[in-house]
Design a protein around this ligand. Structure first.
Ligand SMILES: N[C@@H](CCC[C@H](N)C(=O)O)C(=O)O
Length: 262
């Protein structure tokens, strides 16, 4: 099967983008998707997305993790698929599209691309000792740590993701540290089963956990630093409710290609 793809990255979270408006890639299965995402035997990516037509929205986003399984919402993927839709001339600078967690509004604010993506409102969370557990489109566990650069994200993240509570459904695990007015975040991603360079729903969860912990109220703009670059998360916090949530950052076309996969 010959596959024509574009590869995008958003703060180092990288994705294979396929135009499936004519349904030519609908037969891709778990095994094939994981092969395409493999960094040694395929193109290499944290996830793969199909862009499809939708009768009521500009397009629909289908997200698969690197292991080939259907994922929940991907924030950086959402920003990259907006840049891809612009590349395909489906949209200009603003869009409303549908993802697994519902409709999303987004706008392109700079070219080369900075994409501002509206995320779901959040009002449910659980505090477990130092950790905050919440769903920002994907399930997240957020834990503040000391000395994040030398923290073993893979080992500790894996322990939490596979503990008795989370192993069945899985969870994404974020470790964070507040330093010089910047929230530094490192994430172990479910479905990649490794640390990634950024996670959009993860930094959104981390910014919310930080605001809850420090009892911040009102319009909050959090500057985030991840291994692959910088992101911003903006929201309005009213008590325990987060609304007007935006994930802001780069979405860059890295390369185009064609692959024949057996
Ligand atoms: N691995 C996740 C979804 C992907 C999260 C992502 N990289 C992001 O930017 O939000 C899952 O299915 O749990």
């Amino acid at each position: 099967m010959e596959i024509t793809f574009l590869k995008y990255q958003g703060a180092g979270n990288d994705f294979i983008l396929l135009d499936n408006r004519d349904r030519k890639y609908s037969s891709l299965n778990k095994n094939l998707i994981s092969k395409l995402c493999d960094r040694r035997f395929g193109i290499g990516a944290d996830g793969l997305m199909l862009l499809e037509n939708h009768p009521d929205y500009d397009f629909q986003m289908h997200y698969y993790n690197a292991d080939g399984g259907l994922g929940s919402m991907c924030g950086n993927g959402g920003r990259c698929i907006v840049a891809f839709a612009h590349h395909l001339k489906i949209i200009e600078t603003e869009t409303n599209f549908l993802a697994v967690d519902g409709p999303h509004y987004a706008k392109i604010t700079q070219n080369p691309f900075v994409v501002e993506l509206q995320m779901i409102d959040v009002e449910e969370f659980r505090i477990d000792k130092e950790a905050t557990i919440l769903n920002t489109g994907s399930p997240h566990y957020v834990l503040p740590v000391v000395d994040l650069p030398s923290f073993n994200v893979y080992e500790k993240g894996r322990d939490i993701r596979y503990n008795d509570e989370f192993k069945a459904q899985g969870i994404n695990v974020n470790f964070c540290e507040w330093k010089n007015n910047i929230l530094k975040v490192r994430t172990y991603e479910r479905g990649v089963e490794d640390e990634t360079f950024a996670c959009g729903t993860g930094v959104t969860a981390a910014a919310m956990a930080h605001a809850l912990k420090h009892q911040l109220e009102g319009d909050i703009d959090t500057k985030i630093s991840v291994l692959g670059g910088e992101l911003n998360v903006k929201f309005k916090k009213t008590g325990n409710r987060f609304t007007s949530v935006f994930l802001i950052g780069p979405a860059e076309l890295v390369f185009k290609g064609t692959i024949n996969i057996i």
